[in-house]
Design a protein around this ligand. Structure first.
Ligand code: 6PG
Length: 248
């Protein structure tokens, strides 16, 4: 494990090891909390192998499903059953077969526009949390999963977009995405995502090496600004690691 000021970088061999390491960290967060647990999932291709692993008996049988609540950090503004819908992917791979429906908290995309969806989801988060303001010593989530896009975006927080500077709203609408799919998005804001015991980035493959290099160089990118108030972990596989990190 390599420590970098505000985050830890954990390097594993390949995507399978990455999914296993992520699943084990998720289990550790669950085991550390004997009460109600909140996990914030993410979209994209990054977490799919993790989701598949959670559906296997080895993990499925250890998760106290009635105590775990599943949220999503950002959503594409497409219908709930659209294959591009982030929560639909998580539901199909593992949630629908395992989690009580009441514990699955999708961002509603059946509203008139992304802002209305964002407002509704913020209400849901506040009601789950039980307060109007996030308190630094009582994080909203036990774990927030994240990925990074080729432009350094994370969740639907794109470089240079006003959503990045939002300090009051918990969730915002994003009229246009900066990368495919070019559909409007709804995203949790930086301070909402930061309210977690652990933020866990999963990054894999040589295609992500260029952006990981920029992240590790400390460039001002959304993925460098999105951090937990407690612990931020970057879980990467060897193929993603910049050349000068190889061998570590
Ligand atoms: C989304 C995501 C987004 C994603 C990154 C990485 O809705 O697309 O939540 O932030 O995590 O774009 O995506 P990949 O894992 O597909 O590279």
């Amino acid at each position: 494990m390599i420590s970098r000021d505000h985050r830890q970088l954990i390097v594993v061999d390949d995507p399978a090891a990455l999914a296993k390491a992520a699943a084990d960290r998720l289990m550790a967060r669950i085991d550390a909390n004997s009460g109600r647990i909140a996990i914030c999932l993410t979209g994209g291709s990054g977490p799919k192998q993790l989701y598949q692993l959670l559906a296997t008996d080895a993990y499925r049988s250890r998760i106290p499903w009635h105590r775990v609540h599943w949220f999503i950090g950002d959503e594409r503004f497409v219908p709930a059953h659209d294959p591009g819908n982030n929560m639909a992917v998580a539901r199909e791979i593992f949630l629908d077969g395992c989690a009580p429906t009441a514990n699955i908290h999708p961002i509603p995309t059946d509203r008139d526009n992304p802002d209305a969806s964002a407002e509704r989801y913020a209400d849901e988060l506040r009601s789950f949390y039980g307060a109007e303001e996030l308190s630094p010593d009582r994080p909203l989530f036990d774990l927030v999963l994240m990925g990074v896009g080729p432009d350094g975006h994370t969740a639907s927080l794109f470089p240079g977009y006003p959503a990045l500077d939002e300090t009051k709203l918990w969730v915002v609408g994003v009229p246009q995405a900066h990368v495919e799919p070019f559909v409007p998005r709804v995203t949790l804001t930086l301070h909402t995502l930061a309210s977690c015991r652990e933020m866990l980035y999963e990054v894999s493959g040589a295609g992500k090496r260029a952006i990981l290099t920029r992240v590790l160089d400390g460039e001002n990118l959304p993925a460098n600004r999105a951090q937990s108030s407690f612990e931020t972990i970057w879980l990467v596989d060897r193929a993603t690691l910049p050349e000068d990190y190889l061998g570590q």
